[in-house]
Ligand binder design. Structure first.
Ligand code: MN
Length: 499
């Protein structure tokens, strides 16, 4: 996966020359201490780099310019220890292309009741210095995250963690390439969309390869490479007897391994961060990639079925955001409902392709017929997913804008074995409740395909949407349908005006 520690956020403190050398020396010292402490905090997954205090229009412009062109800088944390007249920030903020977090903090946590004097007041002005800065960012209608509290406060560290992870996901999209093997599933609406607008808005490119290009690479796979991968399957999964060496369907397992090796080679060769395929376009392939897509997702590739490039890209970003955290992220689909009024829930799954990063226990490697696609039986990993809080996220193209929709859910342990269900599965309860959650999702036009996450929160996704400057809609514990419908209507007007 992605090593987040290779990425940097820059800690930039604003001030002005007016205060004189001694005060500015202390400002710099305090800033170094805070940046160092954030850098060392285990809660923050990226490096936090101290930058010299900026005191003029020119210095601010330069640091923003530098941040834009720095490959490793994924965002700026700004703090005004003293007063930093905000007209000085206009030209810099105007060109800033990296995400911005405004840390509204103060060097000392408490007021030193007995010692406080005008020198202290002169130095510790963030309570009003940060307001001047905040005004300018609002005046310029810029999205940013505002984090309030003492820099050692664990809650502040959690919020900074959330934002830096979103910034890492956003950074990963810039210049990213996604490949589609075949086009969209025919006639399907929600998985389609404007790829030109997506590249302009999100920074990633989506291009298609005919399935023949992939088949050519798959066919170059050596028997030795297949043997090696099969021994990995044997080690990591419980193989059903028919897939074991000498079993009736062992050759299907070899076909599946061959597909995985070929796809991996194709993705590496093209420097792709994710892919889609579709069961309607498998010309020259023996089976729909099942275990291949599952394992490629587990390696960090974004994936979605049926040509759904928006969800594939979203799954990739979510994997980057969740990098290093317990739990996983997967492509998901709301499949079937349990409408028992005393215990309603959703069964999430797909034809085959759920990522084993969300599995509880050792997945079982199985083979079953697939009713659609007209190909040989595909090999897949079957497992249950862990219980606990999770989210479903869907990125949809509303025609005049993209909307990121998130539903907070609670995954529950399966009450039954589901012995005849030949796919990986998750059971969850949507918040605020089944009826409201599902109605709100449908009213918002949310897709049946989602990115499902065990380790990200709605706040990660909101920060991410703000970096992308797109609409964000949340269905969570406090959602009420009346309010939610109004929010969607009001957003409609907002996005017509704010183009
Ligand atoms: Mn699907």
């Amino acid at each position: 996966m992605v090593n987040l520690k290779a990425l940097e956020v820059w800690f930039v403190t604003g001030s002005q020359s007016l205060y004189g050398e001694e005060t500015l020396r202390q400002v710099a010292e305090h800033s170094k201490t805070i940046a160092g402490s954030l850098n060392d905090a285990t809660q923050i997954p990226v490096k936090v780099i101290y930058k010299p205090t900026v005191k003029s229009t020119e210095e601010i412009y330069s640091i923003c310019m530098e941040a834009n062109t720095s490959k490793n800088c994924i965002g700026i944390i700004a703090w005004m220890h003293t007063f930093s007249p905000a007209k000085m920030w206009i030209s810099g903020l105007k060109i800033l292309q990296k995400p911005l977090c405004h840390l509204h903090t103060q060097f000392n946590r408490d007021i030193p009741w007995n010692d406080i004097d005008m020198d202290f007041m002169n130095l510790n002005q963030s309570a009003h210095g940060d307001r001047e800065f905040g005004f300018m960012v609002s005046r310029m209608r810029m999205n940013r995250k505002v984090v309030v509290g003492h820099w050692q406060d664990p809650e502040v560290l959690v919020e900074l963690n959330t934002w830096t992870r979103a910034a890492a996901g956003w950074n990963d999209w810039q210049g990213a390439k996604f490949v589609r093997f075949g086009d969209n599933m025919r006639f399907v609406a929600v998985t389609d969309g404007d790829k030109v607008e997506a590249e302009y808005k999100f920074g990633y490119a989506v291009n298609t390869h005919g399935i023949g290009d992939l088949v050519e690479v798959i066919d170059q796979t050596s028997d030795a490479a297949i043997d090696l991968l099969i021994s990995e399957y044997e080690e990591q999964y419980t193989l059903v007897p028919s897939l074991k060496k000498g079993g009736a369907q062992y050759s299907s397992l070899r076909d599946a391994a061959k597909i995985e090796i070929g796809m991996r080679a194709f993705l590496e060769e093209g420097d792709y961060k994710g892919f889609t395929d579709t069961f309607e376009d498998l010309h020259g392939m023996t089976q729909l990639p099942g275990i291949a897509s599952q394992r490629l997702m587990a390696s960090g590739y974004g994936f979605a079925g049926e040509g759904d490039w928006k969800t594939a890209a979203l799954v990739r970003a979510m994997k980057v955001m969740g990098s290093g955290l317990e739990g996983g992220n997967s492509f998901m689909e709301d499949y079937t409902y349990h409408f028992d009024p005393s215990n309603p829930m959703v069964l999430g799954s797909h034809m085959l392709e759920i990522c084993p990063s969300i599995a509880v226990g050792k997945p079982s490697c199985q083979i079953h017929p697939l009713g659609i696609g007209g190909k040989a039986d595909p090999v897949r990993l079957v497992f249950n997913a862990a219980a606990g809080p999770a989210i479903n996220a869907s990125l949809i193209d509303m025609g005049n804008r993209f909307r990121l929709l998130v539903n907070e859910v609670e995954a529950v342990a399966p009450m039954h074995d589901l012995p005849k269900l030949p796919v990986a599965r998750v059971l969850w309860k949507p918040y605020p409740d089944m009826k409201t959650g599902c109605a709100a999702w449908i009213l918002a036009g949310g897709a049946h395909h989602t990115g499902y996450s065990q380790n990200l929160t709605a706040e990660n996704m909101q920060d991410f949407a703000e970096m992308a400057n797109i609409e964000f809609a949340l269905i969570g514990k406090n959602t009420n349908l009346y309010q939610f419908k109004n929010e969607l209507r009001w957003n409609e007007v907002y996005y017509q005006i704010n183009k």
